[in-house]
Design a protein around this ligand. Structure first.
Ligand code: HPA
Length: 248
């Protein structure tokens, strides 16, 4: 049976991890559907890489099968998950090109299957999310990013919207008043399902733009992807170091 040490979930602009050796393309079946991984070796560790939006970026945030993804990672016996996410910023201190290790979220999603405990077979389950993102992995990645010369923030509140549209300036103004720092469309329910599955989970968010109404220009997905291209060297280096050294 296929087993890995850790899983990497790549968001927008992160569709593979170049440092993996002996890469196999593997489909894992779950009761929620099939999930495709690239599984390979890096620094003596077996790593399962999953492109959240599909290899060709064809799966929109509200259509992602989050339950299948996390269940498949669990089935592979991964011990921890490192996720990446492109985000817009509501916080002037978190500028485009900065990295942020998320520590909190605000959930504004609407239509997603966001729990493994739907049918009541295990009673009603209320999972604790006081600390949704693993603080140990966060600190590790923060220090690692700093040592690589990356501008990085340890902590940031992610507002998860339903998408796929970007936000209105009025929404951004409200999110800011609510305490949000960053906005994106995918961290919820991924982080919650990882918690339900008992998998320590961390997100390296990468700021690609100031959010609607803060940015002087109209937002486009192209702008997000162009910024992600510029950040690809930094995120690859950070993930490679993390794979080798993160405690399992
Ligand atoms: N809004 C939502 N999601 C995003 C953004 C944004 O401004 N930038 C990157 N992902």
């Amino acid at each position: 049976m296929l087993q890995v040490d850790l899983a990497v979930i790549g968001g927008s602009g992160v569709y593979r991890v170049d440092m993996l050796k002996n890469v196999e393309d593997v489909d894992i079946e779950t009761q929620y559907g099939q999930v495709n991984f690239l599984i390979g070796d890096c620094k003596d560790r077996k790593v399962a890489f999953l492109a959240r939006h599909g290899k060709d970026h064809s799966v929109a945030p509200h259509m992602i099968n989050y339950r299948a993804n996390i269940q498949a990672i669990k089935n592979l016996n991964a011990k921890k998950i490192i996720a990446t996410a492109a985000v817009g910023s509501l916080n002037k201190d978190m500028a485009p090109m900065d990295f942020v290790l998320l520590d909190q979220f605000l959930d504004f999603t609407k239509t997603r299957k966001s729990t493994f405990h739907e049918d009541g077979s295990q009673g009603v389950v209320h999972v604790d999310v006081t600390e949704p993102y693993c603080s140990e992995m966060r600190s590790f990645l923060y220090n690692k990013a700093k040592s690589l010369g990356i501008r990085v923030h340890n902590g940031g509140c992610y507002v998860c919207t339903e998408g796929p549209r970007f936000e209105t300036p009025a929404e951004i103004k409200m999110f800011k008043q609510f305490g949000g720092d960053l906005v994106g469309m995918t961290s919820v329910p991924e982080v919650v399902l990882a918690r339900e599955a008992g998998l320590p989970y961390v997100t390296v968010a990468m700021v690609t733009n100031y959010a609607a109404g803060i940015s002087p220009t109209i937002l486009s997905h192209r702008e997000v992807l162009e910024c992600m291209k510029m950040l690809s060297g930094n995120i690859s280096s950070l993930i490679m170091e993390a794979i080798g050294e993160i405690q399992l």
